[in-house]
Design a protein around this ligand. Structure first.
Ligand SMILES: *Cc1c(COP(=O)(O)O)cnc(C)c1O
Length: 438
């Protein structure tokens, strides 16, 4: 492995666990991004979710009023913005909004997008192959007993720090599959309990996420009737996340929020292995190209994607290689080694990244609860570090200047992508509210 990365200033800051900002030197104008995937792939995923809408409605009646669409609100958070500007003493020109994937139906996190999509795609493949349906049929039929009996011969397995397991587990159990979720040591007890209550088999590991994935994959590969959801390399998951962008376009249009050269859109997304923020970013760039600026946020002890991208080594490097622990209270982001697939797709697209200390997750969480009465899990609160620090670092100010955005900042929209929280039980919320109180 090349060691040149060690002399990069950002790697030195990362290895000292300092909060930092990084601008991606590999980003190019969108029309030069030259990717093998594009809008047609997103539209294919969107159409599939449309075919499954009657089935989703039947299995998850809470989605009925949305016609089987699993989608979240986009809401302005002016009180939170005021708080961050006044209390934290930062400047945030433009308008701050919250994308509430924390409140997505079924899984209560962004994983409801990719995870459920992948389970449905696999279901469609099995069902078509077995002659249970064809693409013109009403997919609600798949919820009937003889179809469920058919799916019960098959197993779905996944490795997870928690939320992906919840999403895949709940969705797969609803279809009728046998489900095994391989949980890493940092996964919360209540997530394991919730899965077991849905009849999901939970296997616990003493080790971290990568080890749980590896063992889960091995066990699944041994069984010809088992399908492994591979969070690190799955194009299906990625496309499920990417569909969010088309729906966001509609929401921004409805709220008369313009996105163009004079009205930039900034999006800040908490990042773990990279699939969710990567898929969303890919979709957003397909729609708005150079007018959308996407930033990931990671904990100081687990900046896996930043390290992979800055070093160019992607999944060939882990945070432990630069002396970090990979341990963080942000359980959804507790990933030491990033997805190589996602990192490579992000190379021409991503604007940059921020890292933040764990304590701030809780401060942002309490602030949002106080100002807007919205609860997010700590991992999701990482998103606020982006708008708070966009004008605070030399690196990011230079990015604004170089992209000719200084005058446009007053017209900017900032979206903090709230990736999870609504399933967190009340007693755990209480515990979170009292964590890192100084
Ligand atoms: C999974 C997760 C993320 C990040 O998604 P990745 O695909 O792992 O990068 C962010 N926030 C929460 C709450 C999550 O559960």
């Amino acid at each position: 492995m090349g060691e040149a990365y060690k002399s990069l200033p950002v790697v030195r800051k990362l290895s000292a666990a300092e909060e930092t900002a990084w601008i991606n030197p590999g980003k190019v104008p969108h029309k030069e991004s030259n990717l093998k995937i594009g809008m047609a792939d997103i539209e294919d995923a969107e159409a599939r979710l449309g075919r499954f809408a009657p089935f989703i409605m039947k299995c998850f009646p809470e989605t009925e009023k949305e016609g089987g669409l699993i989608e979240s609100a986009l809401v302005p958070v002016p009180e939170m913005q005021k708080y961050l500007e006044e209390i934290c003493g930062v400047r945030m020109p433009g308008k701050l909004l919250l994308k509430q994937d924390s409140h997505l139906a079924i899984a209560g996190s962004v994983k409801a997008r990719g995870g459920i999509y992948e389970v449905l795609k696999h279901t469609e493949e099995l069902a078509v192959e077995a002659g249970l349906i064809n693409a013109e049929d009403d997919y609600a039929r798949l919820a009937e007993p003889e179809c469920r009996a058919f799916f019960s011969q098959y197993t779905i397995q996944v490795g997870s720090t928690g939320n992906l397991g919840l999403s895949i587990g709940i969705a797969s159990a609803a279809v009728g599959y046998r489900v095994v979720v391989h949980m890493s040591a940092d996964a919360r007890q209540w997530k394991k309990d919730m899965l077991r209550s849905h009849g999901v088999m939970v296997v616990e590991y003493e080790s971290d996420y990568s080890a749980a994935v590896k063992e889960g994959r091995r066990l699944s590969d041994e069984d010809p009737k088992s399908y492994f959801v591979d969070d690190e390399n799955s194009v299906n998951l990625f496309m499920g996340y990417a569909v969010a962008a088309k729906r966001l376009k509609k929401q921004l249009d409805e709220q008369n929020i313009l996105v163009d050269g004079a009205h930039p859109l900034f999006v800040y997304i908490p990042c773990g292995v990279g699939g969710a923020p990567g898929g969303v970013t890919f979709g957003l760039k397909e729609i708005w190209g150079d007018d959308v600026h996407c930033f990931f946020v990671e904990p100081v002890q687990a900046p896996a994607m930043l390290l992979g991208m800055a070093s160019g080594l992607h999944n060939g490097i882990a945070v432990q290689d630069i002396g970090l622990t990979g341990v963080t209270n942000a359980d959804g982001l507790a990933v030491g080694r990033p997805s190589g697939f996602v990192g490579k797709v992000m190379e021409p697209l991503l604007s940059g990244e921020f890292t933040l200390a764990d304590k701030k997750l809780y401060d942002y969480m309490r602030a949002l609860l106080d100002t807007e009465k919205i609860f997010l899990e700590p991992s999701a609160c990482a998103a606020f570090e982006g708008p708070v620090k966009l004008l605070a670092y030399d690196e990011t100010r230079e990015y604004i200047r170089k992209n000719g955005l200084e005058k446009a900042m007053e017209n900017a929209a900032h979206i903090a992508w709230a990736t999870g929280g609504s399933l967190v039980p009340e007693e755990i919320r209480k515990e979170y509210k009292n964590t890192y109180l100084d």
